[in-house]
Design a protein around this ligand. Structure first.
Ligand SMILES: [Zn+2]
Length: 299
């Protein structure tokens, strides 16, 4: 049987928000079974508490922002991907500002913090969303689909018509969350140098730098260290997709195919799934052979 997990003890980290530029302190606390991932804005009085859920999405234009009228938290997707990767079902994230810190632009530093504090097995079985029928969303030239599969798998393609990026495609079989850590979690967020002025004038990318993002110039990568993977852009899109989809509250057993997709398309797919309850079922893996392998995080 596969059981739910939380962290053993609180873990703290600080950093700068990619868009807000705000320096924030984050504490992740252990949480009770079936409580899911919850966020608390501690700098708001009374403190704003909300579930990490597709129902709480407030904005998807440049990052995924969740919240209520009392307050929001933006750029939750990389931390959510880290919860997926470490197999954490229940946790409370306390933050004293409007945006999760960018760290190095990937999910990897969060995964290290969570693993270092240790995981705690809880007494109730973990649930998975098992996809039963194909759902496809098309918007202009963008497309995202989810279909039944015997594990979690992704096909992600980007197509920027830019000399440095152009087309990149990655297919990953995330038979275990550990494979996410190994193959996807270090891919950094990216932006185009020619957009930096526009973004900053609109209050975005204020905390962005070569320390926490890949910056793409007209004909080269501006980061002196270069890329972490030749197809880092497609891998980062896969990271965003995994983090956003974890706002459904459970890991998925199904295959997602995404072409030129982003946070808004991810939200549309999650809402379509929520509307069509015949497209999925909530299951535990106790009946499935090899369930220990499916659930294993990297040690
Ligand atoms: Zn991202």
């Amino acid at each position: 049987m596969i059981f739910q997990q939380t962290i053993k003890s609180p873990v703290r980290f600080t950093g700068i928000g990619l868009h807000s530029g705000a320096n924030v302190k984050v504490t992740v606390q252990p949480a009770a079974v079936n409580s899911g991932i919850r966020f608390i804005r501690t700098d708001i009085n009374p403190m704003a508490l909300f579930q990490a859920s597709v129902n709480q999405i407030k904005d998807t234009r440049f990052a995924t922002t969740i919240g209520t009228q009392a307050g929001t938290i933006s750029t939750v997707e990389h931390l959510m991907a880290a919860f997926f990767s470490t197999g954490i079902d229940n946790a409370v994230v306390q933050i004293d500002g409007p945006e999760i810190p960018a760290m190095d632009g990937s999910a990897y530093p969060f995964i290290q913090y969570l693993k270092n504090t240790g995981l705690s097995r809880q007494h109730i079985e973990k649930k998975y969303i098992n996809i039963l029928k194909k759902i496809e969303i098309t918007q202009d030239d963008k497309c995202i689909a989810i279909e039944p599969w015997d594990h979690f798998a992704l096909d992600v393609e980007v197509d920027f018509k830019h000399p440095v990026i152009s087309k990149q495609k990655i297919s990953v079989d995330l038979m275990t969350p550990c494979l996410f850590e190994k193959q996807i979690s270090k891919a950094r967020t990216f932006g185009f140098f020619h957009e930096v002025d526009f973004l900053k004038k609109n209050g975005l990318a204020r905390g962005g730098s070569l320390e926490n993002a890949v910056v793409v110039g007209d004909d080269s990568i501006l980061n002196p260290e270069g890329l972490r993977y030749p197809d880092e852009f497609a891998r980062h899109k896969a990271l965003d997709l995994v983090g956003d989809m974890y706002l459904l509250g459970h890991p998925i057993i199904g295959k997602i195919t995404a072409y030129k997709s982003g946070h808004t398309m991810h939200q549309s797919l999650m809402e379509a799934l929520k509307r069509d309850v015949s497209a999925w079922e909530l299951i535990t893996l106790s009946a499935i052979e090899d369930s220990e392998t499916i659930s294993s995080a990297c040690l």
